[in-house]
Design a protein around this ligand. Structure first.
Ligand code: SF4
Length: 436
């Protein structure tokens, strides 16, 4: 689409995929708003809308959702319900040529890392001085802070490096500035994200520097909770553990996808770590940071996964009692190393293994939550839903972990505020509490 002298009347941003996409959408929206454009997020379409779809290209389900969303808006455009359809993000980065041939009616296609081009093509200026200023799509009291882009890891099943490129860390100064800007605007919880959080600094400072970044961010005034997501187990930076333990405002929480535990699968997945080293690492983390909640993610059905491998994984989950766990089924992704293997685990077996693991975790989660009854701890209020205020403890990340329900007729609570609450009841993935 040629540079458009006629600025869009309204930009309607649609975000699919992960929190890194959310961050990119927020940055783009911040740029457009700073150019006095009217920008909304996933609002009902208007005939003069320029819809920008930030797509995900990670696995089959995500790709399908992205393609369906594009087709939906192309159809809406045909019906005169929107004006322009713009596609950006991972799916478009990965399959732009194929998509252009198969889908007509899209006004412009962009990949990842092209925010400046999108902004100028919409007829406005990219403002470099806007360092980290963005239009949040999350409730304003919490925000994702993307500390790096891309990934240098060779995980055999993963297409992310194809879509996001090599690992590039942002400087500590820039991230502290972003954090201060967010805190000034009322954000109290920072959720640190990257493809591989623990690789931070190796490119920029030639050393692992996550501990230095955590030290600096924990000194930013107004930040009450700092949360770590997407740590990588191999060559884990043990030097961050004392900071997690000691700093009041760093949550006793660590998200570290392990993907599997059998040596056969860890080798096939090219995870660069063994079962023995993984267990040693988990034991060290729990020893050095008592009370830490560990979230992990497992991948079932990878080529070559045997019944024995899977049973080993089930036993491991039972032994480890992870506080939080997610499970994905393997998706045979073009141009990944695993795609050179035979996708030999039938889909129904993949689904069956996922259900078995989730059933095991449900019991573990119920156990862990039941032990919380009677405890008092800080809870932040995220929203109101029906008769309840919905909040989280420091052991829960938004959208993926457990929630705390507080009766709305007991006390008038404010969204974004932290309250000391007593846990009075528990379910597998929810807790019930009263403010004390
Ligand atoms: S660490 Fe592995 S799974 Fe994660 S984004 Fe990088 S290559 Fe993909």
């Amino acid at each position: 689409m040629k540079a458009n002298p006629n600025k869009p009347t309204r930009v309607n941003m649609v975000t699919l995929g992960c929190s890194k996409n959310t961050y990119d959408s927020e940055q783009l929206m911040g740029q457009l708003e700073a150019n006095n454009l009217l920008v909304v997020h996933e609002e009902t379409a208007q005939a003069d809308d320029t819809v920008i779809i930030n797509t995900c290209g990670f696995i089959d389900n995500a790709k399908e959702e992205s393609i369906n969303t594009i087709l939906e808006f192309v159809e809406a455009k045909k019906q005169g319900q929107v004006q322009n359809v713009v596609v950006m993000g991972c799916l478009s980065e990965r399959f732009q040529n194929e998509l252009k041939q198969e889908i007509t009616g899209v006004d412009a296609w962009y990949g990842t890392g092209q925010l400046d081009k999108i902004v100028t093509d919409l007829g406005v200026n990219y403002k470099h001085e806007l360092l980290g200023e963005r239009k949040l799509t999350t409730p304003s009291h919490y925000a994702y802070l993307k500390i790096a882009e891309g990934c240098d890891r060779p995980c055999s099943f993963c297409a992310i490096p194809i879509m996001r490129g090599k690992h590039v860390s942002k400087s500590i100064d820039q991230l502290v500035l972003e954090a201060k800007t967010l805190a000034k605007n009322g954000t109290t919880e920072l959720i640190l994200i990257a493809q591989d959080l623990t690789y931070y600094g190796l490119d920029l400072y030639k050393e692992r520097a996550l501990h230095k970044l955590l030290d600096a961010l924990s000194l930013v005034e107004g930040i009450k909770w700092i949360r770590l997501q997407y740590a990588y187990p191999s060559k884990f930076p043990m030097e961050i553990l004392p900071l997690i333990k000691e700093r009041e405002n760093i949550c006793l929480y660590l998200d570290m996808p392990l993907q599997h535990i059998s040596d056969n699968m860890l080798k096939a997945m090219r995870r660069g770590i063994s079962k023995r080293r993984t267990i040693e690492l988990l034991n060290s983390i729990r020893k050095e940071v008592p009370g830490i909640a560990i979230r992990t993610t497992m991948l079932v059905g990878h080529p070559g996964e045997t019944e024995e491998d899977f049973n080993e994984l089930v036993e491991f989950i039972k032994e480890q009692n992870f506080e939080r766990l997610g499970v994905f089924t393997y998706s045979h992704e073009e141009n990944t190393h695993s795609h050179t293997m035979i996708d030999d685990v039938p889909d129904e077996i993949k689904e069956e293994r996922k259900s078995i693991l989730m059933a095991v975790q449900r019991d573990i989660s119920m156990d862990i939550n039941a032990k919380m009854i009677g405890k008092e701890l800080p809870v932040v209020i995220d929203r109101i839903e029906g008769d309840y205020f919905i909040g989280r403890t420091e052991f829960d990340s938004p959208e993926v972990d457990c929630e705390v329900l507080l009766k709305s007729d007991e006390r008038n609570l404010r969204i974004g505020n932290y309250y000391n609450a007593k846990i009075i009841d528990a379910m597998e993935y929810d807790l019930f509490a009263q403010v004390v």
